[in-house]
Ligand binder design. Structure first.
Ligand code: IYR
Length: 257
């Protein structure tokens, strides 16, 4: 029931008010909050650490993250599932709009599923590379030596498909709005990348173009969910090479006042 007063012309107002009374009596009028109305607030569980340790941790974390590279050549070596579970648990600690936690991480270990996913993506990517995208796109990507053949999809032991929930439903069946779901899913994926790196694994932050609906159907996700990222996760291949890229120094990315 989406009764907005301004939708009714003045002559219908009287009838509306009558109706409103009826709805209130039947309990239809009340909007169910996304979080419990009487949600408790508890003391923050936080412990101060010495400045020295803070400095050390920030430096060590930076050093580990600076070694992160996007990897496109994977070993077939398996990874214990518990590591993948911990990584996803960590991503799930991300902040989200109104604590809606608008993410579904679909984990694929099954080879037949990986093969099917690879077929769907390669078919679309071949069109992207050959027809859909312009010469600026192909010229810009050329130094990365990517193409539509995606061996990593079947080589990596795990695929994590990150789905963004654009909305869900409340317990009364009404629509639950997922505020800032774009930001929330991006932050969660950033945390996911950091968790993968800390665990000593590698990944590729891929964004399969035009494959969303086909993959959503294959994995039986609802229409409310959109595929945002596909991350192969595992170990690099023995002969894995990466483009020799450098990152901007602090001076180029930080502005101080
Ligand atoms: N999604 C395509 C192309 C691609 C686009 C960008 I922007 C990259 O940084 C890398 C690749 C692919 O995966 O091949």
């Amino acid at each position: 029931f989406n009764f907005k007063k301004n939708r009714f012309s003045d002559d219908k107002k009287e009838r509306y008010e009558q109706l409103e009374g009826e709805f209130e009596l039947k309990g239809y009028r009340e909007i169910q909050p996304a979080l419990p109305k009487d949600l408790k607030h508890v003391l923050l569980n936080w412990t101060k650490i010495p400045i020295e340790e803070s400095l050390n941790r920030s430096k060590e974390f930076y050093k580990i993250m600076a070694k992160r590279r996007t990897v496109r050549h994977f070993s077939k070596e398996d990874v214990p599932k518990e590591i993948i579970e911990n990584i996803i648990r960590t991503a799930g600690t991300s902040p989200s709009g109104a604590h809606t936690e608008p993410w579904t991480f679909v984990v694929i270990h099954n080879n037949k599923k990986k093969q099917k996913i690879r077929e769907i993506i390669e078919e679309e990517e071949e069109i992207n590379y050959k027809k859909r995208m312009g010469t600026t796109w192909t010229t810009d990507l050329q130094p990365l030596r990517t193409n539509w053949i995606k061996e990593y999809i079947t080589d990596a032991p795990y695929l994590i498909l990150v789905f963004k929930q654009t909305y869900s439903s409340k317990s009364d069946g009404s629509k639950k709005l997922h505020y800032y779901n774009d930001q929330s899913i991006s932050i969660a994926t950033g945390i996911l990348l950091a968790a993968i790196q800390i665990a000593g694994l590698v990944t590729l932050t891929s964004t399969p173009l035009n494959c969303g609906p086909a993959l959503r159907n294959l994995l039986r996700r609802p229409k409310s969910e959109k595929l945002v990222f596909l991350l192969p996760v595992g170990y690099p291949a023995k002969d894995c090479s990466v483009p020799n890229l450098y990152r901007k120094p602090l001076d180029d990315i930080m502005v101080e006042f």
